[in-house]
Design a protein around this ligand. Structure first.
Ligand code: NDP
Length: 233
């Protein structure tokens, strides 16, 4: 049985990943900041108690990541899905205000640093698995070439930075034959994407699962859209 560890698994894209991987027969280690409030995730886990396990994890909390790493030290993890993310900006355009710098740091902790910390913590469990994949959900908003709208300083910079983190990981983990990529999930109808987004979580996650399934070492270090198209850096 293959195993996936998913962060931010209680709603939106993360919850849909849990649904689809569990339906495919994977073991799912579903991480959420507040499992007690994650009603839908709990229902899923109760339906398949052997298959889907919930773990408490705030990805900004490095001590907690270490604890989880220790408690899962005997596992082999085929796929680490760094999905948790925040869009902290109150306004999408314009230069932000001075009080926003705290929020910017928080955005970097969650959207950027957590990816490296998770990868560091779980590398040995991933390297001993069959699939050996680290997939980070980034965003086209982190693409420098694609930025023709300006604004969104915190989010854009945090995603551009996580792209670089993953590129370096892909090089540093090549010897261990671990594949590391960043994906753009599309513009998805979730709390973050909003109701005007173009695709449903089901469409986005089905597409990303196909992309993930086909990844080989040659793809490591790539930035790919949910439909398989390359995203410009
Ligand atoms: P949602 O806002 O719907 O969900 C975000 C998830 O991340 C929630 O489960 C949330 O948990 C979790 N999360 C936030 N902060 C933390 C933290 N510190 N520790 C652990 N979990 C945390 O967003 P989406 O599902 O839409 O987004 C998922 C990913 O996809 C993100 O990385 C986002 O940037 C990316 N993305 C989304 C797009 C879209 O159109 N929706 C477009 C491009 C990229 P909690 O409920 O506790 O807050």
């Amino acid at each position: 049985m293959k195993t996936v560890l998913i962060t931010g698994a209680n709603r939106g894209i993360g919850l849909e990943f849990v649904r689809q991987y569990a339906a495919e027969g994977w073991r799912v280690l579903a991480c959420a900041r507040h499992p007690e409030k994650a009603g839908e995730l709990q229902t899923l886990a109760n339906q398949q108690p052997e298959q889907t396990k919930i773990h408490t994890l705030d990805v900004a909390d490095h001590r907690r990541i270490d604890e989880l790493g220790q408690s899962l030290s005997g596992e082999s993890i085929d796929l680490l899905l760094n999905n948790a993310g925040i869009y902290a900006e109150a306004h999408r355009s314009g230069i932000f205000r001075s009080e926003d710098y705290e929020a910017w740091m928080r955005t970097f902790l969650v959207n950027t640093m957590a990816t490296l910390k998770m990868a560091q913590t779980f590398t040995s469990q991933i390297a001993r698995s069959d699939q050996k994949k680290i997939v980070t959900i980034s965003s086209k908003m982190g693409s420098i070439e694609d930025n023709d709208g300006g604004g969104s300083y915190m989010y854009r910079s945090s995603k551009a930075a996580v792209n670089m983190v993953v590129k370096s990981l892909s090089i540093d983990l090549k010897q261990a034959r671990v594949i590391a990529v960043v994906l753009h999930p599309g513009w998805v109808k979730t709390d973050m994407g909003g109701p005007n987004a173009l695709i449903s979580p089901v469409q986005s996650v089905s597409g990303m699962r196909q992309v993930i399934d086909r990844l080989t070492l040659k793809d490591s270090g790539r930035f790919i859209e949910y439909d398989g198209k390359p995203v410009p850096w």
